[in-house]
Structures are given as C-alpha cells and as structure tokens.
Design a protein around this ligand. Structure first.
Ligand code: FES
Length: 399
C-alpha cells in the first residue's frame, strides 16, 4: 500500500499504520498537538482518492467531512490513497526561528563576579618515547608523567584507551590531555590530542524548551558567546505539551520506541543547530569539549532517554533531579564524544533545570529584596524569594 501526495511524493504504508504514522516515517510531519490521540483536530488531510477506515473524527465539522477532510492520526488506508496535505497541517520544524549574536553575555557574567571555569581542563605533557630499557605500557607511561604534575588517581575510560596509542605516536609523544578536574584524586581523563598552542576550545550551551530549542556556541577560555541559533523542538510532532510527550514516550508508541523517537528528535535538532554554528564559524565539532543543557524535568529525562512516566503520575516523582556528568557520545551529540554534559539540576517534576538557570541568571538567590521570576512558556513556572528562601509553583500555560 502507498500514499501518493498531491505534491507527487509517494509514501509506503505498513499494514495497520495510520496516515499520520506513514507520513511521519517518511519524514513528513503534521501538526499534532495531542500527539495523535484524535482530540486536537490539527492533523487534517484531504483524501482525494482511495479507500480507508476511520476510528473517530469528532473534531471535524460536517463541512470539513463533506470536503474530504479526515484526521490523519485516526485514518487507516485499506488500499492506495491519494492525499492532499493542507498547508496549515504541515509542521515545518527544521526552520530556524531566530539567529542572533549576544556578545554582552560574557560581560554579564563578569558583572556576576565570576570567571570562566570550563567543565574541562587541558594539560600539555611531554612523554619520553619508549625504549628497550624503558618499556612500560602507554598508559603507565602517561600515569608516570601525570604523577609528576601532581595527579594521583586519574580515571581512564575504555574510550580513552581506544584512541590513546595512535594519538601518542602521531604527535611524537607531545600531547594535550583534556580532563575533568576532580578533587585531585578523582580527576577523569577524557581524551588526548596533539599539542597545539593556537588551538581554540569551545563549548555549547543548550536550552531545551518544550517548543523551542536554543543553542549557544561559547569559546571556553574567555566565556565569549560566539553565536546563537534556535529552532522549534521537533518533538512537537508528538504533542505540544509535556504530558502529551510523556504519553507518547511511555504508552502510545510502546515504551521503548516512543522514548527513542522523542530522544532522536531532540538530538537531531541539537546536532543541526551545532552544525549550523560550526559551519558559520569554521569550528571543528571535535574541539567542542563541553556541553551544558537546561530543560524542564520532562525534557531533561527525554534527552537522557530516562523513563518519564512517573512524572505524570501521583506522587509525581522524577527518575533523577541531579544528573551525573554523562558524556555527549552516549546520546550521539555531534561534538567530541567524550565531552561531558552538565545538565542543570531539576527541583521537582514540574520545576526543572530551566528554572534553576533562570534563578541563577536573574541572581535572585543573591538579593535580599524579594523577587518574582515568571517563565511563561508551554509550561508556566513562578519562583518568588530572596537570598534566604525561594518557593516555586508550576502549571501548564498553553503551547
Ligand atoms: Fe490527530 Fe491531534 S487529532 S494529532
């Protein structure tokens, strides 16, 4: 079976698949505020020709039905169809919705009295090449040199060891070690690279909103914001609000597949924005070695592919509020795969890391006067308080 669109594209249809799912699998997204439950009435398409079965179309008026409109999420082809997608039903999420520069952010940070202290540090090391009389292994050789620099108990991952021998030999044993600073005994080695005094280091900061995604490219050594790009969160095709996303992730599409689809969507968006900014500034994505991510609790869970179902069920308990420093490579973020990802901590199921970031940026936790912070997005959150106390509440505010 197949669907032929009036624009001449052809889409295969699997047995039992809805028109909406068939289109989605072919990369054609429809507006889907309810996530395919048949309740929002936004996924209207017109059947020009062919047989189909429907399961619910209460959201359509008599006139709409008379003109051949159906709800794509409730319509199942029983043979080949010719379908027209009205412009209002097509979801175009790849478009950038804003691109700007904000150089004053570094100055703002300085006004805070903070200096740039990236998640990752770098150390240049010169290793004596191995000889017949100095024949310890590559890793022991590296550890020996590190101990001379005061490093006692550095942790090395399998991924680090995989790339180490080639980098050591390819750079004549003069390397830069990128690592996460612990407390002197819990440092973690991330990767080796050839020494390069002119090498720049970059990080990305990502604001994962339910509707909008914003990505900042930051030069790590001085905190300069190089550029900003944003786009719609393409998870919108699975529903406009966090509840629809949780339902899709955990029930509608089958727990494993639904969560994976939503996570793939946000990762593709982040990677597309990162590629745009890297391309514009000739930055090699491999030199991005730190990522900071802020999102509401559901967005943070979906990004890390953590089951968000209990967020929506009494007593509303998230899997995590504090996220360990996991690596970008585990979620296929197209930067250095060993880059640590710092996820802003969440407070509760409906007060997430985005609000924590807002409180920090507004400095309300440092002021003695009482401040009210309002974040009116798809979800609305309020925080009120000062440097002694803060209280917060959240509700849905509409897409
Ligand atoms: Fe089809 Fe909402 S009615 S997606």
């Amino acid at each position: 079976m197949q669907i032929r669109l009036t624009t001449d594209e052809t889409v295969p249809v699997a047995q039992g698949e809805s028109v909406q799912d068939a289109l989605k699998h072919a990369g054609i997204d429809l507006v889907s505020s309810c996530g395919g439950k048949g309740t929002c009435g936004k996924c209207k398409v017109r059947i020009v020709q062919g047989d189909y079965r429907e399961s619910g179309n209460a959201r359509l008026t008599v006139q709409e039905r008379g003109s051949g409109l159906v709800l794509a999420c409730r319509t199942f082809p029983v043979g080949d169809l010719v379908v027209e997608i009205p412009k209002v039903s097509r979801l175009v999420v790849g478009d950038k919705i804003a691109v700007s520069r904000m150089r004053e952010l570094a100055a703002y940070m300085r006004s805070y009295g903070v200096t740039s202290s990236p998640l990752t540090s770098r150390l240049d090391i010169e290793l004596p090449p191995p000889t017949l009389t100095d024949s310890i292994s590559d890793l022991e050789r590296l550890k020996r040199e590190l101990s001379k620099h005061g490093f006692g108990g550095v942790r090395f991952s399998h991924r680090f060891a995989e790339t180490m021998p080639a980098v050591l030999r390819g750079s004549a044993w003069n390397v830069s070690l990128t690592y996460i600073e612990g407390d002197g005994i819990r440092d973690e080695a991330l990767f080796l690279s050839p020494q390069d005094d002119a090498a720049q280091r970059y990080g990305i900061a990502v604001d994962v909103g339910t509707t909008t995604l914003v990505l900042y490219l930051v030069r790590l050594l001085d905190g300069e914001v190089i550029d900003i790009a944003s786009t719609y969160n393409s998870q919108m095709q699975y529903g406009d609000d966090v509840i629809s996303r949780i339902v899709y992730a955990t029930e509608q599409a089958g727990a494993e597949r639904g969560l994976a689809e939503l996570q793939d969507a946000v990762v593709s968006d982040i990677n597309a924005l990162a590629a745009t900014l890297c391309g514009r500034h000739a930055v090699d994505a491999a030199v991005i070695d730190a990522v900071v991510l802020a999102g509401n609790t559901t967005m943070s869970h979906i990004f890390w592919r953590l089951d968000p179902s209990s967020i929506r069920e009494e007593p509303y308990i998230p899997a995590l509020n504090y996220f360990p420093l996991w690596k970008a490579g585990t979620q296929r973020i197209a930067v250095n795969p060993q880059a640590p990802v710092y996820t802003l901590p969440c407070v509760a199921s409906y007060v997430g890391g985005d609000i924590v970031a807002g409180v920090l940026a507004a400095k309300m936790h440092r002021r003695s006067e009482i401040t009210l912070l309002m974040d009116i997005g798809t979800n609305g959150e309020l925080v009120v308080g000062n440097n002694e106390w803060l209280v917060t509440a959240a509700c849905s505010a509409g897409p």
